[in-house]
Design a binder for this molecule. Sequence first.
Ligand code: MG
Length: 373
Amino acid sequence: MAELAPYAARADASRGRRIAEPAPEGRSEFQRDRDRIVHSTAFRRLEYKTQVFVNHEGDLFRTRLTHSIEVAQIARSIARNLALNEDLVESIALAHDLGHTPFGHSGQDALNECMRDFGGFEHNLQSLRVVDVLEQRYGGFDGLNLCFETREGIIKHCSLTNARKLGDVGERFLLKRQPSLEAQIANFADEIAYNNHDIDDGLRSGLITLKQISETGVFARHLASVKREYPDLQERRLIHETVRRMINTLVTDLTGESDRRILARRPADLEAVRSGEALISFSDEIKREQRELQSFLRKNLYKHYRVQRMSNKAKRIVRELFSAFLDDPLLLPPEFQARAAEDTPRAIADYVAGMTDRYAIKEYRRIFTVDIS
Ligand code: MG
């Protein structure tokens, strides 16, 4: 790796793992985190979990697995250009969605409602729970026993009530401090990835049209530049070329603006990063364009009646599974019954959140469908 900036996170200066382990050989601490994440069960399940579309609706749509890989790739480019720690942003990006429920945002909303009286459900807290507790694969500890810096990066936002329960990684919310620049980058890379991929998937599914999205300034501007350069491009390639340029513009803008802010502040080290204001940022112009794009997607894609029908079904599956297990915890598989002895609603939330889209549908049928043959 190229030389790191003085304010980058360093694997050899990590605040360490919850349970001390001998230093890894042939790889850094953050590379070991990445490897543990990639080998986890929760990571493999991301292949069958979705963002907006339900997994079985088509083979071409993004899943949370391809989304996480895209976030990692975008985040690494930005980190490299700012002389920050590429291995750490990669670990954070690959882990950031591990706690997501089946059926994207609708699944998360439904589970949060179910858990309202039992401490709530929040997917980035759940991602931390996956890497701290729920993965069961190592002899010496529960979870993946990741470094503080990776765990801190997973918690994007968090209420003060939850922050108090989180210990070391909750501190910064209570003290109003910043996470590492690497964590800030992973956060923006997530936003860059999902906005653009939702446009791409939205167009591919036919839920939004090229004409509609050309109402947004940013799409229209890039589309026009592609058409000028390639007047006869067939529509799919036109869209790819436009989205590609949009991602590129966002990455370039974020890198440039962040670089300017870092140069203006010149943090001496990671500690100075933590005690100042957030330094990773888009320029004001791009912020405005991103807001316009997001409100377009909300109105035309996320609230599209066909997406609403899907998410309504998804919510019903999550709600009904949750209440069936709460009424009779003996319906839970044995490992979750053992957890339920301590905290029944939380054990059910863990079980439901871990399900892939297709597993949740199957489980719903197994529990509610009478099939006597
Ligand atoms: Mg994400």
